[in-house]
Design a protein. Structure first.
Length: 153
């Protein structure tokens, strides 16, 4: 039976699916605003008048985008002024949210099992590699199912 959390993860992955190609997007060095504005052959003064700010204000906005300090509201305002849409998302670096959780669960399970086995070896009760692999796999499935908070430590 699928639990509520599994359903939430699947729904989130569906919402993020359209962004899957964004991992390949390279943000222009001078930022999107400057790149798009100059490509459109729009002056800073022209953009400034649409935003009711000075040419220097536009320069400050472009600089703040380039150095990563721009606010989402500023980006939204500029996008609207240029007849563009701001698209915003946090996407997994590799694959899906489900894959992110699975990877974290496997790492945590491996850490727990290997640490436990190390202690058992000290007491001459260690287990074989096949048994270790199966134990790690089983524990990872359990950790993923429970979505333990310790995944994020």
């Amino acid at each position: 039976m699928r639990n509520k959390r599994t359903l939430l993860i699947e729904q989130l992955d569906q919402k993020l699916q359209p962004f899957s190609q964004t991992r390949m997007v390279l943000v222009p060095e001078r930022g999107w605003i400057n790149t798009i504005r100059t490509t459109l052959n729009m002056t800073m003064a022209q953009l400034g008048s649409k935003l009711n700010i000075t040419r220097q204000g536009v320069k400050r906005i472009e600089d703040s985008e380039a150095n990563g300090t721009i606010t989402l509201n500023s980006l939204k305002d500029v996008a609207n002024a240029m007849d563009l849409k701001l698209v915003y998302a946090l996407v997994p670096k590799n694959g899906t949210i489900d894959y992110l959780i699975e990877t974290k669960a496997e790492k945590l399970a491996q850490k727990i099992v290997l640490r436990t086995n190390q202690n058992m070896k000290l007491e001459d009760q260690g287990i074989g590699d096949d048994k270790i692999s199966k134990t790690i796999k089983d524990l990872a499935i359990e950790i993923k199912r429970e979505l333990r908070k310790s995944l994020w430590d």
